[in-house]
Design a protein around this ligand. Structure first.
Ligand SMILES: Cc1ncc(COP(=O)(O)O)c(C=O)c1O
Length: 421
């Protein structure tokens, strides 16, 4: 039955955003689809902004969650020891960390990604006794004040109400600032005693800038970045909140570069089922927190631990990484063959199952991308935009999407692009 939207419009804060782009009332969801209260079925190419890598209501994960709830097992325990947490840690360690020869301590943070970023910032500053952090233009790291200081888009920053400082921004590798060698610039800042820039405690990087417009850093660039950090006693933090958990075809997005960050933030799909969960991975000797020095009530959603454990097992059992890489090839081939020939001013960037079709070089590229996303929604597909001027159409389906669903979504995008151009 159709539901009146006035309950939201009259009562909810004007800060709401996604509901303005997809103005229907959603009710059910399964796999790659979401259903509204009128029974319309929408193909989901947004996937909870990366929180639903395993699809909606994944049966294998759901089974474990229901069993846990039905057994009256503990649901909330702050950071107390529980069986659910122990099982998650053991599974994460054996299936993810040990297999990659990664040794990290796990810090469970408050329930959203920005909490892990805040914890990383504090701990880097505490270790190095320096306040400055280097971040990249185009970065998105969250909305609380520390993370927001690292986040670049004007709309987000305008909401702060205080100065956002102790951060030095430098250009990212590819695309937007092609003329500037950003790592050469970083080294110059560090080595020149007249650079005027305080030595940073850390560099924080997304190996694929997602909200920034799907810019994929090269392996070579990431390796040089790691070396500069090591050579200059600066910590390297990889924010894997959006592109971790197999989004790029490896569990951690930095695996392809063979680098070992000092700290890693993870959230979104680590909770397996869309459940809130966030963690910071810390190189052992950097874990200098005093007990309770970074605290929070919701640092241990036990149901999320159960889902997270099952999600890792699902990931390994179904060889998700290989499947993501294969499906990424389907996206690339389709867009290169059918959409790029429509205009030489359209470009494609991406890896695994995160892709951006960039309309930014077209006059009114932002409006064009907006119109395409709206037309996709009319055609019953949910898709988001990102990047400068919101001119990049962002393809971010659940990793579990079938080949048929993926192709169907790409056909919808093609139709919408043709109708708009
Ligand atoms: C790379 C990255 N870091 C941090 C965050 C913040 O996560 P949350 O919205 O859960 O606080 C996001 C959210 O989109 C993100 O993409």
């Amino acid at each position: 039955m159709s539901l009146n939207k006035s309950v939201f419009e009259e009562n909810e804060s004007s800060v709401r955003s996604y509901c303005r782009k997809y103005p229907v009332v959603f009710e059910k969801a399964k796999g790659s689809y979401i259903y509204d209260t009128d029974g319309n079925k929408y193909l989901d190419f947004l996937a909870g902004c990366g929180a639903l890598n395993y699809g909606h209501n994944n049966d294998e994960i759901k089974g474990a969650v229901i069993d846990y709830l039905m057994g009256d097992n503990i649901a909330h325990a702050m950071d107390m020891y529980t069986e659910a947490k122990a099982e998650f840690i053991e599974t994460f360690k054996t299936e993810i960390l040990d297999k990659r020869d990664l040794k990290y301590r796990i810090m469970f943070c408050g329930s959203t990604g920005t909490n892990a970023v805040e914890a990383a910032l504090k701990l880097c500053r505490k270790n190095k006794k320096r306040s400055n952090i280097v971040a990249f233009m185009g970065a998105f790291h969250g909305m609380t004040l520390g993370s927001l200081a690292l986040t670049t888009d004007r709309t987000s920053r305008d909401g702060a109400g205080v100065s956002l400082d102790n951060v030095t921004f430098i250009p990212y590798e590819s695309g937007f600032h092609t003329k500037l060698d950003s790592l050469d610039y970083l080294e110059t800042i560090l080595l020149d005693d007249h650079s005027g820039v305080e030595k940073p405690a850390a560099v924080i990087v997304e190996t694929v800038q997602a909200e920034g417009g799907i810019y994929v850093a090269s392996v070579e660039w990431l390796k040089i970045l790691e070396k500069i950090c090591h050579d200059n006693d600066i910590l390297l933090v990889v924010d894997d909140i959006q592109v971790g958990c197999s989004r790029t075809g490896t569990f951690f997005s930095f695996e392809r570069a063979g680098i070992k960050p000092d700290m890693v933030t993870l959230s979104k799909s680590i909770g397996g089922y869309g459940f809130p969960m966030s963690l910071l991975l810390i190189r052992d000797e950097l874990d200098i927190w005093k007990p309770a020095e970074h605290n929070g009530t919701f640092r241990g959603n036990q149901v999320a631990f159960v889902a997270a454990k099952k999600a890792i097992e699902y990931n390994v059992k179904h060889d998700l990484n290989a499947d993501v890489t294969r499906k990424g090839g389907i996206v690339k081939d389709f867009v290169e063959k059918n959409i790029l020939p429509l205009s030489e001013d359209i470009s494609l960037r991406g890896i695994g199952l995160i892709w951006g079709i960039d309309f930014g070089k077209l006059a009114n590229g932002g409006e064009i991308a907006h119109s395409i996303a709206d037309k996709c929604f009319e055609k019953k597909m949910i898709i988001e935009r990102a990047g400068r001027g919101d001119s990049v159409l962002k393809i971010l389906p659940p990793l579990t999407i079938s080949d048929e669903e993926l192709k169907q979504g790409l056909e919808i995008i093609l139709e919408a692009v043709k109708e708009t151009l």
